[in-house]
Design a protein around this ligand. Structure first.
Ligand SMILES: [Zn+2]
Length: 137
């Protein structure tokens, strides 16, 4: 038996047991795997946050640097495709969430408090890597 953490299209996460990975694929394709919370059959394996545990400090440092590097690259790409709204970020994110303005990707500045409040309102906010060219201001 194998246990998977699954998530439906509504964002519910739940765990389910399968006899094998193939059995999971088969049952999912046939629509036999349903969300425990809402019954949706649009489920997929939940994305896991990659974690690193290594007793080797040097290797940890290398791994951390690799993650930071890809995070920076991803952030740059995302930022180049989104509209920059600066300190209006939280306000603008709410307007988009509540359908008051056109839906689009935005990038801006927000405090941790803002991020927590947005999260509580069900608004998805992902932190970008700090821009090295902007540090020290
Ligand atoms: Zn669900």
């Amino acid at each position: 038996m194998i246990k998977f953490t699954l998530a439906c299209d509504e964002g519910h996460e739940f765990e389910a047991w399968f006899s094998s990975s193939d059995a999971y694929d088969e049952q999912r394709t046939e629509g036999l795997v349903a969300c425990a919370a809402c019954g949706s059959v649009a489920v997929d394996k939940a994305l896991m946050t990659p974690m690193i545990a290594s007793p080797d400090r040097a290797r940890q440092e290398v791994a951390r640097e690799a993650i930071m590097q890809s995070w920076r690259e991803w952030s740059k790409k995302v930022a180049s495709q989104a509209e920059h709204v600066g300190p209006q970020f939280a306000e603008e994110a709410r307007k988009i969430h509540y359908g008051e303005v056109e839906e689009r990707a935005i990038v801006g500045e927000a405090s941790f408090g803002d991020m927590r409040e947005l999260g509580e309102e069900g608004i998805c906010v992902i932190p970008l890597a700090p821009d090295p060219s902007k540090t020290g201001h």
